[in-house]
Design a protein around this ligand. Structure first.
Ligand code: HEC
Length: 216
């Protein structure tokens, strides 16, 4: 009897150890290291190869604006999209106080298909569930030569760095109202930038000339 009691106890101990090992292995499989959250969840984080990790909770950040079918040439966009812009709350609060962006600002441009005639809708457009693209503008002063960088996110993938020579950088630098960003299209921020005197010389020149930014 005693022998079998010992056997039973050992059996349960062994089983417990196996469960612990299995659970640890499971968590490694479920949370691979490349997708782990940055220490501060709203700060930019990168893989060792320089890709940017997706800002997972940007839909809970501060909403700045939506553009509809915005085009930078005289020709309208073929299929109009909505562009929703979000910024991390830390950078937003800093902007309210200073009229410009702090280091570690992350701005997300989320494209959504424009739909019509769905449900009870008969005219106008609403946003579809389909995401047409996600691009990020990130200020990381110690990391990028021009302080800012753009990343392009494919569906379910990490962001690919867009090279500094791309037209993204030129248009944003030459026409963005505040520090390479298009604050002139973010209605709650433009009055703050005016108030704090942080509007860029390039933007003020555009305003004076009343010209639309030319496409590059
Ligand atoms: C011809 C000018 C122009 C070019 C080129 C351009 N953008 Fe923009 N970008 C804009 C405008 C205007 C907005 C404001 C959009 C809105 O209000 O919906 C904007 C906004 C953004 C934002 C939101 C944050 C911010 O900086 O204001 C991101 C992210 C962005 N663009 C990424 C890109 C990327 C990536 C490229 C290159 C592939 C690019 N842009 C090229 C004009 C441009």
């Amino acid at each position: 009897l005693r022998v079998s009691e010992v056997l039973v106890r050992n059996y349960f101990l062994a089983c417990g150890a196996i469960c612990v090992i299995a659970a640890a292995a499971g968590s490694v499989v479920l949370f691979p290291v490349t997708r782990i959250h940055a220490a501060k969840v709203n700060e930019p984080a990168y893989t060792s190869s320089g890709d940017m990790l997706p800002p997972a909770n940007y839909r809970e950040w501060v909403y700045l604006s939506t553009g509809l079918g915005m085009s930078y040439t005289a020709k309208p966009a073929d299929a109009p999209n909505f562009d929703n812009v979000f910024v991390n709350p830390e950078a937003y609060h800093s902007f309210l106080a200073t009229g410009t962006w702090p280091d570690k600002t992350v701005m997300v441009l989320e494209g959504r298909e424009a739909r019509s005639n769905g449900s009870i809708n008969q005219s106008g457009h609403f946003q579809g569930t389909g995401i047409t693209g996600v691009e990020v503008h990130v200020k990381d002063e110690g990391r990028f030569p021009g302080k800012w960088a753009f990343f392009d996110f494919g569906p379910g993938a990490n962001g690919k760095l867009i090279p500094q020579a791309a037209s993204c950088y030129t248009c944003h630098a030459e026409h963005g109202a505040v520090d390479n960003t298009f604050v002139q299209f973010y209605p709650t921020l433009l009055p703050i930038a005016k108030d704090k005197g942080t509007l860029s010389a390039e933007f003020l020149k555009d305003e004076a000339a009343h010209v639309a930014p030319a496409a590059k």
